[in-house]
Design a binder for this molecule. Structure first.
Ligand code: SF4
Length: 243
């Protein structure tokens, strides 16, 4: 799987470029610690256990529990957010509560869902697996400590497309300081080892709850994701921004 030169040319011809190439998560991988298992060697269950027992950054002291992921481990769609909030920390699942319901509605609008299967299934994870106290912004050292887990989730899932939600997740995954406004509307590329993953950037559902006027932009982003996915999987494109 990956973005082929043909695919890149097609996206450019559709006006969807520029296609960014980023080192991204590969550059965040920590030197393996002797005190914890190396995530790159773990299967799904072992990875989830490793996250549950992780004490690699100070967030382990304030969390109620780790938040590993939701959705299907065989999904071809991956959605990545920032970090657990209070409700996620309490329930151990990402994107619950009001923002979670909005995300579920967004997914349903493009025939996707965390309870669905096959081509409609999604896998949902966060950059950080533990809640920053008071919902403060994650610190770079916390992102660096947690990056091997997200990287391994991507490797194990091997999605056909990744949608990153919110400025923090977009900047972390794409290793950039660019604004979300400039990152939206393009097909980016996450390169990890020999694998290439198309990445679409959109707003975080929690942001949308405060800025309902930007809902149409998220619809545009999801339609771009749908078109990109259809190209990757050679499937019908589904809904478009024009209806
Ligand atoms: Fe470990 Fe990530 Fe939690 Fe930090 S945020 S303790 S690195 S699982």
């Amino acid at each position: 799987m990956g973005v082929t030169p043909q695919g890149a040319r097609l996206w450019h011809s559709l006006g969807l470029g520029p296609l960014w190439r980023e080192r991204a998560l590969a550059s965040l991988a920590l030197e393996p610690s002797t005190s914890r298992p190396r995530p790159e060697q773990l299967d799904w269950n072992a990875l989830e256990q490793a996250v549950a027992g992780c004490t690699a950054c100070d967030l382990c002291r304030s969390r109620t529990q780790t938040v590993f992921a939701a959705g299907s481990r065989t999904a071809t769609w991956m959605f990545i957010g920032e970090a657990p909030g209070a409700e996620e920390d309490a329930r151990g699942e990402p994107f619950v509560g009001q923002a979670g319901r909005l995300l579920d509605n967004m997914l349903a609008a493009v025939q996707l869902g965390r309870e669905r299967s096959g081509e409609q299934a999604v896998f949902i994870a966060n950059v950080l697996k533990c809640r920053p106290p008071g919902n403060r912004n994650p610190e770079p050292k916390e992102v660096a400590a947690c990056a091997p887990f997200l990287r391994r989730q991507i490797e194990l899932l091997h999605p056909k497309i990744i949608v990153v939600m919110g400025r923090f997740a977009a900047q972390s995954v794409l290793a950039t300081e660019a604004s979300i406004a400039s990152l939206r509307g393009h097909v980016h590329e996450l390169v990890m080892d020999a694998e290439r993953y198309p990445v679409i950037v959109t707003y975080h559902p929690a942001y949308l709850l405060r800025n309902l006027a930007d809902k149409s932009k998220v619809w545009d982003d999801l339609c771009l994701a749908r078109r990109t996915y259809a190209h990757e999987a050679s499937l019908p494109e589904g809904p478009t921004a024009n209806g």
